[in-house]
Design a protein around this ligand. Structure first.
Ligand code: PLP
Length: 418
């Protein structure tokens, strides 16, 4: 057993999610053809990938651009041209008063959350242990282990039953209590794992709460507008000086480029840039190099609206239809898919745990993610946590369809044999 610091133990901890990711990795390398409905990989959309290929080709063929992109460190704030292009796009699109000084890049937005959560939660002035508030759990699994101190609290949602088998979570504002111990509020919108899109009124209320308590509201816009725009409802995006919006090129189709975009007040951007310098010297440049012209020309908006959103919306509709047919007779509820690319399936009264269902599905060659991992900060016992699973429907039609068929079958077996 290595003798390492408290920091070392916490950061290298074999957390639930790291164990699960290893499990997924082993299952995939076992030689069996697993149906990958777990994980958070975006689809490979041919029309989008073609545009990235063309962009890369231009970079390679133009005199010296490729060499500059790979041969120089960017500043710690990130690639200047890309930041300028993003600032202009956001200002034009939403009338936000954004300038380049309001944007920093990170190596994926995951690392932005590591920086922000540890900046706004933890020990303050040697005493208060501040926490990040997730006003609505379930929330993104990736938040669970980025806080170095035990830094999260979360609230149970209200559940609206829209129809017999479709429901939607809402923030239960009666449960939200912002004490001195809350350092920031954070939501993903659209939400991973549920596909929920918080309403404009919920976001406005959170923004008012943040302002009134002088704390930031962090909005994780990894799936949101204006890119990748995997959002199937109308939702007004929000930014102001006490809101931090985190975006990413990953769900657009560039997860390997590791490009996160933080939009915030100048002071926060300066801090993120300095952390970048300390941790990485500079954020990687290739994602920015591939995407700059797409952002400058506005084509990224066109691709997101005309190609990416309809692609996922169709897949969501097909997946819901198949599950509804396959689960006939079961007390199942699907969160209304309003964005992202997951179905959140609530199996009310499931006689086994979500983990047992995950194990049984894995034996039959289907990978999903058990729901209980998606409640960071929610300590209360709640049966619901073990009655849900997350299904990624981004993969090819045949894979998703074969996976959903097995899921429906195994769920029925679980109810019938109880
Ligand atoms: C809600 C949400 N936020 C952030 C991330 C992190 O993405 P990346 O680090 O690739 O930008 C993900 C990835 O799955 C996500 O689903």
């Amino acid at each position: 057993m290595l003798n390492v610091s408290e920091f070392g133990k916490k950061i290298a901890e074999a957390s639930g999610i790291s164990r699960l990711m290893e499990d997924l990795g082993h299952a995939l390398s076992s030689g069996r053809d697993m149906l990958m409905l777990g994980g958070g990989n975006p689809a490979h959309i041919p029309r989008v990938q073609e545009r990235f290929r063309e962009s890369m080709q231009k970079l390679l063929e133009s005199g010296g651009e490729f060499e500059r992109a790979i041969g120089n460190y960017d500043p710690p704030q990130g690639n200047k041209e890309f930041i300028e292009a993003v600032a202009r796009l956001l200002a034009d699109e939403f009338d936000w008063e954004i300038e380049p000084k309001n944007i920093a890049l990170t190596n994926g937005s995951q690392s932005a959350f590591f920086i922000l959560f540890n900046m706004f939660a933890g020990t303050f002035e040697g005493r208060t242990n501040k926490k990040i508030l997730f006003p609505l759990a379930p929330e993104y699994i990736g938040y669970c282990d980025v806080g170095l101190e035990d830094g999260f609290v979360a609230s149970k949602p209200e559940i609206e039953h829209i129809s017999e088998h479709i429901f939607k979570y809402h923030i239960d504002f009666d449960r939200i209590n912002i004490t001195d111990e809350i350092g920031a509020i954070c939501v993903s919108r659209p939400t991973n794992p549920t596909g929920n899109v918080l309403t404009d009124s919920e976001i406005e209320k959170l923004s008012e709460l943040a302002l009134a308590n002088d704390i930031p509201l962090i909005v994780d816009n990894a799936y949101g507008t204006p890119f990748p725009n995997i959002i199937f409802t109308e939702a007004k995006p929000l930014w102001n000086e006490h809101t931090i919006v985190c975006m990413s090129l990953s769900k657009l189709g560039l997860p390997a480029a590791r490009t996160g975009i933080v939009i915030a007040g100048e002071e926060i951007i300066d801090m993120v840039s300095r952390v970048n310098a300390n941790m990485n010297l500079a954020p990687g440049s290739l994602g920015a190099a591939i995407a700059t012209n797409l952002v400058r020309s506005g084509e990224i908006i066109h691709l997101s609206r005309e190609v990416i959103r309809p692609f996922y919306e169709k897949k969501a509709g097909d997946a819901v239809q198949q599950l509804c047919d396959g689960l006939d007779g079961i007390d199942f509820h699907i969160h209304k898919p309003e964005g992202a690319f997951f179905l959140w399936l609530w199996l009310r009264g499931l006689p086994i745990t979500d983990h047992e269902l995950y194990e049984r599905l894995k034996k039959r060659g289907v990978l999903i993610v058990p729901g209980h991992y998606f409640f960071p900060g929610l300590k209360a016992e709640w049966k619901h946590k073990n009655e849900c699973i997350r299904i990624n429907y981004a993969q090819d039609k045949e894979i998703v369809s074969a996976g959903l068929k097995i899921i429906a079958d195994e769920v029925k077996i679980a109810y019938v044999s109880a």
